[in-house]
Write a protein that binds this ligand. Structure first.
Ligand code: F0G
Length: 460
């Protein structure tokens, strides 16, 4: 059979609430045209993020009931530990409440408390916004070293998440002693959920060895990355996704994981470390702000669900469906002339908003304009990943349609396709925005915007 079906059936349903255009216009005004500020009950299809928004399996819900809530040494912790050790090969495992808690502890473990990072630099393929913010908060610099392919929307290269090893070597030669770690984000969220090749991880590892620098993975989407390695990288097809994922982890000295993605849970994170001394420092920091080392700020039931989720994410039937359903969305949009980041990534489709509304300059946030238009037109909530989120680090003006795991059906996706195409039909009517209120390095969560008048956009 050619049709790839959802490899599950539905046991519990959650009603969606339909709203009218005028209600949505009103919500947009109240929210300062920032979709993070719109209450979820006014959203029909929520593609803001794939993080913590997926559906848990019946096994996971059963695990929730089994969760052991002992403060220290709960059964659920040991189950979590066994699973993470077997999937990653790391001995030193800490649970955290989510990815950014792992990042904060990792950064402090690597370079000390802020502003100890002064003069330090952590290169990566492309850091996610919270990772960058944590590095900068410690006083260090976060540098993105994607390859040329990875920095364009149109190139359909298979591994656009790869780190440019020539530029990495040049940086390490220029600033020996200033680099406390190299980070690889798999898959690379910032440029389209693009995978990193196994070969690239090996090459980066070899350079790190040469210069004596640890290699850290941001492995939020480790299973989707392993699927792409299996299906796209020459010589990898015969290995199981589980084997591939483990061999990627084995090349690293540490990893941060937001389990809200491929951990298939609504909350949870992991910090993995190879070095005993670093692990001790990280454990102390964990106890200081998150919780004891056997729960890390989570309930026992969360640890249980996370252990089961990390295993389920490596199921190849699930991954085949997951990646295919996103590719389907991408293909339909591209066939209708919508420019997207090619090839479709592992967790989302990224629309090139600069190409969608060429009359809106980057300074007036074309991504914000498109995201607001999709919400107003069809109640779909997407996420700007461009000049609003990344400021001067933005390479592309993108709007991300992130697909929660195991949550929406194909007819929901068909509705999204129809909505994007209807908005495209009248794209020239979209207006840009100016920032009315903003603060901090993660301003996209809280900023308020004002639409610029149509005349100004036209003459800009
Ligand atoms: N790393 C990557 C690659 C991420 O995509 C995220 C979160 C994090 C780290 C931080 O993890 O949210 O658990 O603290 N990404 C979400 C997103 C928020 O919408 O892409 P967290």
């Amino acid at each position: 059979m050619k049709t790839i079906i959802e490899p599950f059936r539905i046991k519990t349903v959650e009603p969606l609430r339909l709203t009218t255009i005028s209600e949505r216009r009103d919500q947009l005004r109240r929210a300062g045209y920032n979709l993070f500020r719109v209450p979820a009950r006014h959203v029909l299809i929520d593609l803001l993020t794939d993080s913590g928004t997926g559906a848990m399996s019946s096994e996971q819900w059963a695990g929730v009931m089994r969760g052991d809530e002992s403060y220290a040494g709960a059964d659920s912790y040991y189950r979590f530990l066994r699973t993470v050790r077997s999937v990653t090969g790391f001995d030193h495992v800490l649970p955290t409440h989510q990815g950014r808690a792992s990042e904060r502890i990792l950064v402090e473990t690597l370079i000390g408390s802020p502003p100890a990072g002064c003069g330090k630099v952590i290169p990566g393929n492309a850091h996610f916004d919270t990772t960058r913010a944590n590095i900068e908060h410690a006083g260090a610099e976060a540098i993105d070293l994607l390859t040329e392919d990875g920095r364009t929307a149109v190139s359909a290269a298979p591994f656009k998440g790869n780190l440019d090893t020539k530029r990495l070597r040049a940086l390490l030669e220029r600033r020996p002693g200033d680099v406390p770690a190299v980070m690889l984000t798999v898959t690379c969220n910032t440029n389209g959920g693009q995978p990193v090749a196994f070969r690239n991880v090996q090459r980066v590892r070899a350079i790190c060895d040469e210069f004596g620098v640890p290699l850290i993975l941001d492995a939020a989407r480790f299973a989707e990355n392993a699927w792409f390695i299996k299906t796209r990288e020459p010589g990898q097809a015969a290995r199981s996704v589980r084997e591939i994922a483990r061999s990627v982890f084995e090349l690293a000295d540490g990893a941060t994981i937001s389990a809200k993605k491929d951990g298939l849970v609504n909350i949870g994170g992991v910090l993995l470390l190879r070095d005993e001394e670093m692990f001790q420092r990280a454990s102390d920091l964990l106890i200081l702000t998150e919780g004891f080392v056997t729960y890390g700020g989570l309930a026992g039931r969360d640890l249980e669900a996370m252990a089961i989720g990390i295993d389920e994410a490596l199921d190849e039937d699930y991954l085949r469906y997951r990646v295919r359903s996103i590719e389907y969305l991408g293909q339909k949009l591209a066939e209708a002339g919508v420019r997207i980041v090619q090839p479709p990534g592992g967790h989302a489709i990224y629309i090139d908003a600069a190409a969608f509304c060429p009359h809106i300059p980057a300074a007036e946030f074309p991504g914000q304009a498109l995201a607001c238009a999709l919400y107003e037109h069809a109640g779909i909530r997407a996420c700007e990943i461009g000049s609003v989120m990344l400021g001067e680090h933005a390479v592309l003006e993108l709007v991300r349609l992130a697909i929660p795991r195991r949550t929406y059906t194909q007819s929901h996706i068909d509705y999204v396709i129809e909505a994007v195409l209807e908005v495209k039909h009248r794209a020239e009517e979209l207006v840009g925005f100016r920032l009315a209120e903003s603060s901090g390095s993660l301003r996209h969560f809280t900023a308020r915007f004002e639409p610029v008048s149509r005349e100004r956009t036209a003459t800009a």
